[in-house]
Design a protein around this ligand. Structure first.
Ligand SMILES: [Zn+2]
Length: 440
């Protein structure tokens, strides 16, 4: 101890002399001792290939591994996926030991959530499936609508770091939930406001694996609509209810096409997804790309499925309480849909086309009650079931937590984000952290 301390001034002196010597001669840099290691050379080299259209996994391996080894690799890969069915753009990473030519590992990213990892083991190649890890957070979003909800969410500063595809998914989620209260394509007014809490699973690259709207409020022309998620069995098959526990759903979907699939002709900044209103021809026409999926709007039984003159390919479904719905101009029926088929709300029954008398691809949709045509957009549709009485106490507890989430979000103006503790997917935990003043 004592001797080391004694050496200290000596070493400092040596450095100082070296520095002086250097400025004098400028030939040899001073030896200032050993720096900490800043860079560690990787033990592996990695080469990444992106499959082109029509390329196969085998072609990537050609020339990099022997024929025998290629066969063994593909065999191991086949335990998880078909090597000839990889889509264009699939990323294949080959790992080599530094300074060696032998491939020692291969990663094939099947999709954003799943990678097949192939490793060279003493007895040959083995494969395993790796799930991309995710973290859970909650977005708290609010804002005012200046034109369309779609624009509002795309421009919301809270969502700057949310990928565009995920923002589109948010709009889709809100539309699915509020479709019976507000038709986003026709009824949104300038000055309408929204706020919602959205829980999502996020991959390391920032993209969303899945999301669940927990609670949402939409104020449309001064009327507030609420949708609170309630899933008493925790199996993801819950539903949305308003503040009183009444279902926000109706027995019929408002539209037989997903809102985001309806063609969006923007002219004079107005949104024209609907070609004709009911009054002009007792049906509603939705413009959409040929091939777009058509959904049964309610549970029922298929009573007609045929080529029907100017209607073209047509399906008629009989529903409870004297309701019928007709879907016309289809390009094709869905396989397995025949007269007598039982269908559920949201089931795909066919695809948009322009058979019969149609100038462009669109869906002609009709609704009848006891044989008489009614306007599906203005008829009072039968309500969905309220919160089951057995789950009432649970509902009061959980909805209270979720309404508190909503109430904590400032309704408009400056928008703030709170990222909930990733280890606490339970919304109750997030709410517990929410002061009455709002999530911050
Ligand atoms: Zn029509």
């Amino acid at each position: 101890m004592e001797s080391r301390r004694a050496q200290q001034p000596l070493r400092l002196a040596a450095v100082a002399i070296a520095a002086v010597a250097c400025t004098a001669c400028a030939v040899e840099p001073p030896n200032v001792g050993r720096l900490g290691r800043l860079y560690v050379a990787p033990a592996e080299n990695v080469r990444i290939f992106s499959l082109g259209r029509g390329d196969t996994f085998g072609e990537v391996l050609d020339g990099l591994v022997s024929a025998n080894e290629q066969a063994a690799l593909l065999m191991a890969f086949q335990e998880h996926a078909a090597p000839r069915r990889l889509r264009a753009g699939t990323e294949i990473s080959l790992r080599f030991l530094k300074d060696q030519d032998d491939v020692r590992g291969v990663d094939v990213a099947l999709n954003p959530d799943t990678t097949v990892r192939l490793s060279r083991e003493p007895l040959g190649w083995v494969s395993s499936l790796i799930q991309t890890p995710v973290f859970v957070d909650t977005l708290y979003v609010s804002g005012e609508i200046e034109s369309f909800l779609w624009y509002a969410l795309h421009q919301n500063p809270t969502l700057t770091n949310v990928p565009a595809a995920d923002r589109a998914e948010l709009v889709h989620n809100l539309d699915q939930v509020f479709q019976w209260q507000v038709d986003f394509s026709r009824q949104i007014q300038v000055g309408d406001t929204y706020r919602f809490a959205f829980e999502r699973e996020v991959r390391p690259d920032g993209s969303m694996r899945s999301g669940q709207l927990l609670a949402a409020e939409l104020v449309n022309v001064g009327t507030a609509y609420h949708a609170i998620w309630f899933d008493p069995n925790g199996d993801g098959r819950g539903s949305y209810y308003d503040l009183e526990g009444e279902s926000v759903r109706r027995a019929f979907l408002l539209r037989p096409l997903e809102f985001r699939r309806i063609s969006s002709g923007f002219t004079n900044s107005r949104y024209h997804p609907i070609l004709n209103t009911w009054r002009s021809h007792r049906g509603v026409d939705y413009a959409a790309n040929a091939g777009t999926e058509i959904q049964a709007t309610a549970d029922g039984v298929v009573t007609e499925r045929r080529l029907d003159g100017s209607y073209g390919n047509t399906i008629l479904i009989r529903h409870p309480n004297g309701f019928q719905t007709r879907y016309a101009h289809m390009r094709a029926f869905r396989n397995g849909i025949v007269v007598g088929s039982r269908v559920h709300q949201g089931d795909v029954i066919g695809y948009v086309g322009m058979t019969g008398l149609a100038t462009g691809p669109h869906l002609h949709y009709e609704m009848l009650i006891n044989g008489r045509h009614v306007d599906p957009l203005s008829v009072d549709l039968p309500a969905g079931d309220p919160v089951p009485s057995d789950d009432r106490m649970r509902w009061i507890e959980e909805s209270g937590v979720r309404v508190a989430l909503l109430d904590g979000i400032p309704s408009a103006g400056p928008v703030r984000t709170l990222v909930a503790d990733a280890s606490a997917p339970d919304p109750a935990a997030a709410a517990g952290a929410t002061p009455t003043g709002g999530p911050q």
